[in-house]
Design a protein around this ligand. Sequence first.
Ligand code: URA
Length: 239
Amino acid sequence: MERLQKIIAQAGITSRRKAESLIEQGRVKVNGSVVTELGAKADPSSDEIEVDGVPVGKEEPVYYLLYKPQAVISSVDDHHGRKTVTDLVETDKRIYPVGRLDYDTSGLILLTNDGEFANMLMHPKFRIHKTYIAKVKGIPSRQKLKTLEKGIELEDGKTAPARVKLVRGNSKKENAIVEITIHEGRNRQVRRMLEAIGHPVDKLKREQYGFLTLKGLNAGEYRELKPHEVKKLRELAVT
Ligand code: URA
């Protein structure tokens, strides 16, 4: 038996805290009866749990790769009415993003309704490489980029080693394109790393997530992951 909010969060529907609020709002049923008590427990394998009338964990799993445009928020809904990544994918399934990209960052993001899959990919021990292309102010020196490669002290600790490449520098416009590959996923990490060496980011795009790329997609477009891609991601997580 597990607490209802834990079951709902593990199914990937929402965070544990928001699950508590769903319970309090009377939106959760166990075996057909509304449960509003926060301490209530259930057995996910034998009890029928529903959120807003939709059985938890019973949806057929779906997996999407979206090319998120800038000015879109990486969540299921937004209090300020901004466009969200789930608005861009046409589906009747209850999908949500795997991790997040900043509002102003574009690029590759996965969406799914498979909570176990999403939790696995977001786990800190799952060190999938993510490659970003950043347009920065100024032209960073080789030496500064080296400090990023080795790891740089940020306010939440030193970053893990990264791969960093100066793609090109434009001395007239005083800006540069930098490619950076990291496997951590801290909040605004790439922006903070480049800021820390004195080259703030103007534009940021995630080009690659492990072996997945944006090939064939324009901003705002998406495709379903192929079964072999889902399988490969699962295999990466266990190795
Ligand atoms: N790093 C950032 O700074 N922003 C993102 O959106 C992703 C990684």
